[in-house]
Design a protein around this ligand. Sequence first.
Ligand code: PRT
Ligand code: ZN
Length: 296
Amino acid sequence: MSQRVRIAVQKSGRLAERSRELLARAGLELVGGRDELVARAENLPVDVLLVRDDDIPGLVAEGAAELGICGRNVLAERTAAFTPEAASGVVERLALHYGRCRLAIALPRDRPWCGPEALAGLRVATSYPRLLAAYLARHGVAAESVAWSGAVEIAPRLGRAEAICDLVATGETLAANGLREVDLVLESTAVLVTASAGAPRETAELARLLVERIAAVERVRESRYVMLHAPRAALAEIARLLPGSESPTVLPLLGFPDRVAVHALCRETVFWETLERLRAAGASSVLVLPVEKMLA
Ligand code: PRT
Ligand code: ZN
């Protein structure tokens, strides 16, 4: 029996659903999972391991999974705890479009901030002790790190810390707890991780193909196929306005020698403003279509 490729993703939590969706868009027809530890792809020799996000870097570093999806924050914190050898065994291959957040320093609203040195001598509550330690060392500041798991934002109110180092997305949780964000420790998104040494021979080819497919799914997300009619004389201007497109296709229009049809693959977001500018430049019949798949 040929070896199956294993992809470790979060079982439940903020990244779970989108990770599963991404794998489905990359062509995996998954069955099972939900209450199990493994979901199997029906159409490819691939197993999706459903685990805690914190375990994902380790599973990939140990070779228990060829690929994984977790937050960059988790990858960085976990690998900082590994031996240098194990840490070098897992690498970020691709930043994904979801799970965006940042690890940040926050203080009670009335506490002054003049830079990282404001933390000197304070207690900082965090579930990211290694990333916090690296931040403090980077700035040459001596502060006490207070280990905290879950709901870090309540530590100052409980009198257990004067500052926190925690994940922030919208900032609402901080605001609701009378805290303000003062410094960035790490920008994060969900990331696709792989073993740095590459997968064993039997699984290497499929693992490589999956990375390529996931990258293609991510690339195509913002892409749109734009079709419009334009005065031949305005072609240069129209081409310039089409975001992220290379040499559009120009086609003749029957019965209109001065106008042409322009088709272009735009690799960046096509905003309404862009369409309005195109129209101002003489374009008409502007159509914007989603792109289902793209193999460059
Ligand atoms: O059970 P398991 O260990 O797998 O899950 P978990 O509880 O450790 O992780 P989970 O599901 O909460 O988050 C998974 C990943 O999502 C994180 O590691 C981040 O990479 C990413 N992510 C994105 C976030 C947020 N946004 C986020 N807002 N993780 C946590 N938060 C929390 C934050 O800790 C704070 O409590 O949301 C609150 C802040 O949100 P705002 O919007 O109020 O700022
Ligand atoms: Zn976790």
